[in-house]
Design a protein around this ligand. Structure first.
Ligand SMILES: Cc1cc2nc3c(=O)[nH]c(=O)nc-3n(C[C@H](O)[C@H](O)[C@H](O)COP(=O)(O)OP(=O)(O)OC[C@H]3O[C@@H](n4cnc5c(N)ncnc54)[C@H](O)[C@@H]3O)c2cc1C
Length: 499
């Protein structure tokens, strides 16, 4: 049996010597620990929080923001066992092949792995997320029993499917801490330290190996972990912070020889009410607006730009969701009547919906985190986020919306009215996916990426970073399930032997 150990009871000065230290007990740390269960590795999982929310621990996530509007750093993630899965939405979708490709029109694009490299782990990742029957885009075949897909003329936008995580015996998506605590306790060579904050990654004198991790509790205990290898699984923001703040040997910070750590931060912007969708015959299948349970899965349809459309038109990824019913004002009603008359359809029963979306942003090295002068309760420097969002990102999405509008008219099924024109329109009420990505990007070339294709930090022989921070480009798919697939691949790599 493994033990859950309260680090507040570990005497100061203790030195732990596991084979592997996993820092962070979110979906990544937990999935990795579960995957290594049947190996000879002795693993210590260090988790900052306990089993439930605690405001003093959560405050360790506070930081500053400048630039474009963004969420507060402490509100967009959670710091206790299970991490941000304790309040995630459970939306899941596989990334597309194009998301991994180098695109001549997209600077900084190109993963050192392809979609195929993680595809074989996807079913297990889906099972860990408790997504039920693996359907995704195959759902369309069965959903026709509940009504037809929106008729769209040939073109770049098609109906595709989200699938949802749902924790066994609950209405909620899988909260990895609650759901897997008992499974973790059954792993013989695993020890989970709660209330254990990693505060420093200690490089050896040559700067090429992590020799020790400093751990502190909010009650003042301090001890060290000296593992053979380390996996940093603290989420994209905190991974950058820990690497930048561990600057006693390499002054730029661990793995930051090429000034990349903390740069290229990204999230999925969610502009509200981007367009109004009008369906002329007044009929829309329910799976577009609400989750539906069928064939052992929970699903909802969205509208997505195809890979071919993205390639041909050099546009970023996005997902379009159909949200609430809206009333048309006089001007919009007149536009609908005029358009319907022009194409010879009856729009007497027309209904209208507001469209939502999740957008992919272009990689930007200046959208970044730096260390701030303020310190947290453990003496660690806080982060400052320099947030930016380019007008071209909105323009990419507008191009996809226009294509959808064209296809609706071509099929004579409906029409689209674009609601957001100026930058101020787009930023007004802008929400975000809370999908932190990009701060420790993956690239085969050490000058262009922090980690290699195996998630190993280029300049450190025994430090892996496992998190969405390694995404060099981001796609529009919900990140967590794809991330877990990537982490299961890392588990296979680690099973091959620690260096
Ligand atoms: C409101 C919200 C809704 C979301 N909805 C979705 C969704 O619908 N679909 C989707 O795909 N994704 C969603 N996400 C994103 C998803 O939650 C993350 O992708 C996922 O949790 C990342 O897992 P992780 O293990 O990498 O990091 P985290 O979940 O952030 O876990 C990191 C863990 O590390 C611990 N930690 C941090 N610093 C230290 C330290 N110094 N020492 C020790 N431990 C530390 C933390 O306490 C935490 O437990 C959502 C996120 C939020 C906030």
């Amino acid at each position: 049996m493994s033990a859950f150990i309260d680090a507040r009871n570990v005497p100061s000065g203790t030195v732990l010597e596991p084979d592997l230290a996993i820092i962070g007990g979110g979906p990544v740390g937990i999935s990795l620990a579960l995957s290594l269960a049947n190996t000879p590795l002795h693993v210590a999982l260090l988790e900052s929080g306990g089993m439930t929310f605690d405001s003093k621990t959560q405050a360790l996530y506070e930081g500053a923001r400048v630039g474009a509007p963004y969420l507060t750093l402490e509100a967009s993630r959670l710091r206790y066992l299970g991490g941000s899965s304790n309040h995630w939405g459970g939306w899941c979708r596989p990334m597309d092949a194009i998301d991994f490709e180098e695109r001549s029109w997209l600077p900084y694009s190109g993963w050192p792995i392809t979609k195929k490299d993680i595809d074989k782990y996807f079913a297990r990742a889906h099972a860990l997320c408790e997504g039920g029957t693996l359907l995704y885009d195959r759902a369309g075949k069965y959903a026709s029993e509940m009504g037809p897909a929106i008729a769209l003329g040939d073109g770049g936008v098609t109906t595709r499917w989200f699938q949802f995580s749902k924790m066994r015996g609950s209405m909620l998506p899988t909260h990895f801490g609650d759901r897997y605590a008992d499974d973790l306790k059954r792993i013989p060579r695993l020890q989970v330290y709660l209330h254990a904050n990693a505060t420093r990654l200690g490089l050896n004198a040559g700067g090429k190996n992590i020799d020790e991790i400093d751990v502190a509790t909010l009650t003042g205990r301090k001890f060290k972990v000296k593992p053979k290898a380390v996996v940093l699984a603290t989420g994209a923001v905190e991974a950058a912070r820990l690497m930048l703040a561990s600057n006693d040997v390499v002054t730029a910070g661990v793995g930051n020889e090429h000034d990349l750590v903390g740069r290229f931060f990204a999230d999925h912007p969610i502009p509200r009410d981007t367009a109004t969708l009008v369906i002329f015959d007044g009929k829309l299948s329910p799976y577009y607006t609400e989750q539906q349970t069928f064939r052992g899965a929970i699903l909802r349809a969205g509208l997505f730009p195809s890979e071919a459309f993205r390639r041909a038109n050099a546009v970023m990824g996005s997902s379009i969701t159909i949200e609430n019913r809206v009333d048309l004002d006089d001007l919009a009603s007149a536009a609908v009547a005029t358009t319907a008359a022009a194409i010879g359809v009856d729009a007497g029963d027309a209904i209208a919906f507001s469209l939502g979306c999740g957008m992919e942003v272009t990689p930007d090295p200046e959208r970044r985190f730096t260390l701030d002068t303020d310190k947290d309760a453990l003496g660690m420097p806080k982060l400052k986020l320099h947030m930016r969002i380019a007008d071209s990102d909105f323009a990419h999405f507008r191009q996809t919306l226009k294509e959808l509008g064209r296809q609706l008219l071509e099929s004579r099924a409906g029409m689209l009215r674009l609601n957001l024109k100026t930058r101020e329109d787009w930023l007004d009420g802008l929400d975000w996916g809370n999908h932190h990505m990009g701060t420790t990007r993956m690239h085969a070339d050490p000058r262009k990426g922090v980690v290699n294709a195996n998630l190993l930090v280029h300049s450190v022989a025994n430090l892996y970073v496992a998190g969405t921070g390694v995404y060099p480009t981001y796609g529009a798919a919900n990140p967590t399930i794809n991330l877990i697939a990537l982490v299961l691949r890392l588990a296979d790599h680690l099973k091959g032997g620690l260096r």
